[in-house]
Design a protein around this ligand. Structure first.
Ligand SMILES: [Zn+2]
Length: 455
């Protein structure tokens, strides 16, 4: 089935609606009552549900966490999952972030590609399928959440409140062709006590978030006065040691990258630890620094921790030492671990905790999501591959990624769109944009996909 003409006819309305949606600065914040993610997310959800209702779809507000509209009949339901919350605008925009600006064939605005453009396109895709009169054997539910950017508690709420689980579906919140594998993610905090000693850490800091490779880290050290100038002679890549009134200042520089691909960056905390080991601290500080330099250092595959593993589909387990803090009496750090899609956290958790315990660190997992994998022969991947092939003339290459998409929030989904291979990723950045053609193409692709899954 081809819905291209039906979509084409609605282009103006789609653009108008997207603009109305982008004009709502729906950053997810703590809220109360009917607005658990704040007044603006509430407004975005209201906007969406009333537009869907005007189109003639049945709608439901799930306690302000998320909402849905539905079309069709049948025992089974397929879902399209989008989100209406956005990350804050931030600095550096050349266009008003909370509006749609057309320039050079592009539409600029916060959320245009992530994920309001896809959400608006999905609404018109569903409308096109309905207007075509093509018979469906499954219901189609367009589910929109308001907390994707802050941990997807919106869809957790839906699932926990007994929301119907789709038999299959997709989320246009990743990229084309199809992301059928997403590594598991665990964020683990470790801490240990430190006792003072002559050559020790006064304070240490590096990193801002678990999922970013830190590009800067520093440590202030207690150091005997007569040994300071000799210590400043240390030469290590990206490390600088200088004298201070109390001792030494050690600064390390690395290169930032996303925490799901730590091998693409250089971890400044790792460099700092290698420098501290080289300097030769004593007491608890010396033991902790040398231990961390040995088991982590600049290494990204968990070899030093004894947890290295990999599979054919998604590659190697990765470790990012994202944050370090402390000095004085305590040292704490945060690891971001991502394991291959065919493994489970339990496969290496004991080894990880055991390895860190040997360095005096106690660990606690604070966040995480299991891996997901939808085999190539599954009906969902087969159907979406067919749609992609028909719509683009290209084979649908299956992707496995280290990052987590919205697909993790709800069972039986994969990420499908909205970016096509080779297109620039501007989500979360200033001047976020989507090609105007891509918006329309997404609506057409989604309509074809909805029909293929629900017919
Ligand atoms: Zn998103």
């Amino acid at each position: 089935m081809n819905f291209d003409e039906l979509i084409q006819k609605e282009e103006k309305a789609l653009l108008r609606d997207l603009r109305e949606l982008v004009r709502i600065p729906s950053v997810s914040v703590p809220g109360t009552g009917r607005a658990p993610y704040g007044a603006e997310c509430r407004r975005a959800l209201d906007w969406f549900l009333s537009r869907a209702s005007e189109m003639g779809f049945q709608t439901r507000d799930v306690d302000g966490h998320c909402g849905w509209c539905e079309y069709g009949e049948g025992e089974e339901m397929v879902a399209v999952l989008c989100h209406l919350d956005v990350v804050p605008a931030g600095d550096g925009w050349h266009y008003p972030p909370y509006d749609c600006t057309w320039a050079g064939g592009r539409i600029y605005g916060r959320g245009v590609i992530d994920d309001k453009g896809p959400a608006a396109a999905a609404l018109y895709a569903l409308k096109a399928v309905r207007d075509s009169g093509a018979p469906l054997h499954r219901r189609v539910r367009l589910l929109v959440g308001c907390n994707e950017e802050k941990g997807s508690s919106c869809i957790r709420h839906y699932v926990e409140a007994g929301g119907e689980i789709p038999v299959m579906g997709f989320t246009p919140d990743g990229m084309y062709p199809i992301i059928n594998g997403e590594k598991g993610i665990a964020v683990v905090d470790f801490r240990r006590a430190l006792a003072p000693s002559p050559r020790s850490i006064r304070c240490i800091s590096g990193g801002t978030a678990h999922n970013v490779v830190p590009d800067r880290a520093r440590a202030e050290l207690n150091w005997p006065e007569e040994e300071r100038s000799a210590a400043c002679a240390l030469t290590l890549d990206g490390v600088r040691v200088t004298e201070t009134a109390e001792g030494l200042l050690v600064e390390a520089e690395g290169q930032s990258a996303h925490g799901s691909t730590p091998e693409k960056g250089v971890n400044a905390i790792g460099r700092l630890l290698l420098a501290l080991k080289e300097l030769g601290l004593d007491g608890d500080s010396g033991q902790a620094a040398a231990f961390l330099a040995d088991v982590l250092g600049e290494e990204t595959r968990g070899e030093g921790l004894g947890i290295a593993m990999s599979d054919q589909i998604s590659g190697a387990l990765t470790v990012n030492l994202g944050i370090i803090r402390g000095g004085g009496e305590e040292l704490s750090l945060t690891l971001d671990l991502r394991w291959p899609v065919t493994a489970r956290y339990e496969d290496f958790a004991d080894r990880l905790m055991g390895a860190m315990e040997r360095g005096g660190f106690a660990g606690e997992r604070t966040e995480g999501q299991d891996s997901i994998y939808m085999p190539p022969e599954s009906p969902l991947v087969q159907a979406l591959s067919k749609v992609y092939r028909e719509q683009t003339g290209q084979e649908a290459e299956l992707l496995s990624i280290g990052g987590g998409t919205y697909a993790k929030a709800c069972p039986n989904l994969v990420a499908f769109g909205p970016l096509f291979p080779g297109q620039e990723m501007t989500e979360h950045q200033p001047d976020e944009y989507m090609e105007a053609d891509t918006l329309l193409k997404n609506a057409q692709m989604m309509a074809a996909a909805i029909w293929e899954l629900a017919r």
